[in-house]
Every structure is written in structure tokens, then in C-alpha cells.
Design a protein around this ligand. Structure first.
Ligand code: GRF
Length: 208
């Protein structure tokens, strides 16, 4: 069984999608072993508790300079097979990226390489998409390396931009139609051993 650790700092709707997929038997047998947050008041932690999932807080504000070391210690102690970043607003320490190479995934609310990289997070991503006037946006699940939104792409899903969209309306559509679908799907594919990385590119094996 694939032991998954979800790192979340916000409302946790992506975490909820993962939990729901697991309870519906759609995670390829992966289990959410723990939910870790850098913020003690993240609603994601409440969602985890409601489903009997272990929660861990590594309080960034309180820890200051020792935050990264404590984060690494807390994760290592759990021995996860896969780390899922679902709304964590921090840069993952380079040491973690190296020791969990191709075992950390992130969901980004745009079609990488559009609207990604430093400064593109939350509503800002959707504001930028609307400002550019793209007719299609979407979401991307990718492996995490030491550069923002840079690692091998696992899954993407496109979402239509509609006339009159506000950043909030577009964000919600991208979540509903893309993020909440492809994040659990990617975990399932990894749990089934179907995701391989070759020369920085993901190949998804067809087992049929
Ligand atoms: C999502 O938009 C995700 O793409 C981004 O952070 C947001 C987290 O939302 N990385 P939630 O906490 O899962 O509701």
C-alpha cells in the first residue's frame, strides 16, 4: 500500500477530493497516512480529523529559522512513499526535493508552462489568465523539483474560460472540473505503479 502524506496550508478542498476518492475506492489502494500543515488553523486539518487521519502541525510562524529542519524531520519520521502538495504556500526545501525525488507531487491551477513559477499562486494565477485573455486554462499535476512548477508533468486537464469570468469564478471552475479530478487520478496512477519518469518526461504505462 502506498503511504501518502498530504501537505496543505489552506481550505483543503483538494485534500477532500483525495479523501473522497480513497473512500470510494478510487485511489488505487493508496492511503492518506497523515496531513501536515505549516499553519495550525488550516481548515485542511479539520477535514483530516473528521476522517480519522493523523494531523501534524509544523508551525512556520513559531519556528522561524528552524522551520525547514523541523519540516524535514516530521516528514522523514512518517516515512511516506508519496508526498502530495495540496495548497501549501511555501517553497519546498531543496533537501526534501532531493531525498524524495519523483515522490513529491503538486497541483498547480493552470496549464504549465503557462501562468506558473514564482508569484503565481492562488487567485493571482487566474487573474493573470484573464488579463492575458486565454480562452482555455486548466490544472496540472507535476513532480516537484527545486524550481517552482518545473518538474515532470503527470496529468493536465483543460477548462474553458467564459466571458464575464471573475478570478473567483474561474478558480472555482478550474477546481471543480480539473484539480479535484486529476489530483486523485495522479495518486491512483502512481499507486498502481504506472508512472515512470524518463529524461524528465513522464510516461504512463497502460496495463491493459
Ligand atoms: C488550489 O488552487 C491549488 O491548485 C493550489 O492551492 C489551492 C489549494 O486549495 N496549489 P485547497 O486548499 O485545496 O482548497
Amino acid at each position: 500500500m502506498l503511504r501518502v502524506g498530504v501537505l496543505a496550508g489552506g481550505g483543503g478542498t483538494n485534500l477532500q477530493a483525495i479523501i473522497d476518492a480513497g473512500e470510494a475506492g478510487k485511489l488505487g489502494g493508496a492511503e492518506v497516512a497523515f496531513v501536515l500543515s505549516d499553519k495550525p488553523d488550516a481548515y485542511a486539518l479539520e477535514r483530516a480529523k473528521k476522517h480519522g487521519i493523523k494531523t501534524i502541525v509544523v508551525d512556520k510562524k513559531q519556528l522561524g529559522d528552524s522551520f525547514e529542519a523541523e519540516l524535514i524531520k516530521a516528514i522523514d519520521a512518517e516515512k511516506p512513499d508519496l508526498i502530495v502538495l495540496a495548497g501549501l504556500m511555501i517553497m519546498i526545501p531543496a533537501q526534501l526535493c532531493r531525498s524524495y525525488k519523483n515522490r513529491i507531487i503538486n497541483i498547480h491551477p493552470a496549464l504549465i508552462p503557462s501562468f506558473c513559477g514564482k508569484g503565481y499562486y492562488g487567485l493571482r494565477v487566474h487573474e493573470a489568465a484573464l488579463k492575458k485573455g486565454v480562452r482555455v486554462t486548466g490544472a496540472t499535476v507535476h513532480f516537484v523539483d527545486e524550481i517552482y512548477d518545473n518538474g515532470p508533468i503527470i496529468l493536465q486537464r483543460a477548462v474553458e474560460v467564459k466571458d464575464g469570468d471573475t478570478p473567483e469564478v474561474l478558480q472555482r471552475r478550474v477546481m471543480e472540473q480539473a484539480e479535484w479530478q486529476i489530483l486523485p487520478e495522479a495518486i491512483k496512477l502512481i499507486a498502481e505503479g504506472r508512472v515512470e519518469v524518463e529524461d524528465g518526461v513522464v510516461r504512463i504505462r497502460d496495463l491493459s
